[in-house]
Design a protein around this ligand. Structure first.
Ligand SMILES: [Zn+2]
Ligand SMILES: [Zn+2]
Length: 260
């Protein structure tokens, strides 16, 4: 068994779960403890069953529920040094486990590669998680796509990729100019268009199982993200029946995706 399950995804909070027979790990914990407990319960999982939580970066939509999760369920938190130092929540020192960005490490039956991403945080990462010859990758909060990210996503049996905003909606929004500039900039977020371009390249290299995530609530909506990305495939003359694309839900637990 090797499964990915989006619990919550979007600018308002991010948390996903990867499961094998021997491991249950969370990627980020950017939701309230109440929502986390409810989400896990819908999968018949208790927080105490979780082996570890991996942290991409210290923004609150990725760590909001961390303190309570650690306190209530005594769960190890994995992050690099800069991110751990930037987390503004008290976490028991005994629960802090450190990885080095771009260096693979093992956790139970999983091999995990944290890879660097361009985003305005202390030392942000995406993750590739391997079990045997199968690989799940999660990459959100990406200012722009680069070779390092693409190389890490290649060979994945499943990719959760950010499709954060539609530029026209963002420009027309009430967001202050400085925030618009941050989101559009090289250390902000990935647009629907940019996500689509990257996914077409990945598809040409064998990645067919895709979920779009971290959608902005104000500057995007699921049908638009899906349609924009799908059009990229159609314009590249790709038979879309060979694709499996979904959009990660903002506020409800998605059906787990079977990788193996
Ligand atoms: Zn962020
Ligand atoms: Zn975020």
């Amino acid at each position: 068994m090797f499964k990915f399950c989006n619990l919550y995804s979007g600018s308002s909070g991010n948390c996903s779960l990867i499961m094998t027979e021997n491991s249950k790990i969370l990627i980020d914990c950017g939701i309230t403890n109440k929502k986390l407990v409810e989400g896990l319960a819908s999968l018949n999982i208790s927080p105490k069953d979780i082996d570890a939580v991996l942290i991409t970066h210290e923004h609150s939509d990725h760590i909001q529920g961390l303190k309570t999760l650690c306190k209530n369920a005594n769960i190890n938190v994995y992050a690099n040094h800069h991110t751990m130092d930037a987390i503004n929540q008290p976490i028991d020192d005994g629960l802090k486990k450190y990885f080095v960005t771009n260096e693979k490490f093992e956790l139970n039956d999983l091999k995990i590669t944290p890879f660097a991403i361009p985003h305005d945080a202390a030392d942000p990462v995406g993750f590739s998680v391997e079990k045997g010859d199968k690989k799940i990758s999660v990459a959100t909060d990406i200012g722009h796509m680069n070779t390092n990210i693409m190389e890490n996503l290649l060979g994945s049996n499943f990719v959760l990729l950010e499709a954060n905003y539609e530029p026209e909606m963002l420009m027309a929004s009430r967001y202050p100019y400085i925030l618009k500039r941050r989101i559009l900039g090289p250390y902000g977020h990935l647009s629907n268009d940019e996500a689509g371009n990257a996914l077409v390249e990945l598809y040409k290299n064998g990645v067919t199982n895709i979920q779009l995530g971290h959608l902005s609530q104000q500057n995007n909506f699921p049908e638009l993200a899906y349609k924009t990305v799908l059009e990229k495939f159609i314009n590249s003359n790709i038979d879309t029946s060979t694709l499996n694309i979904s959009v990660a839900s903002r506020d409800k637990v998605d059906k787990p995706i079977d990788i193996e």
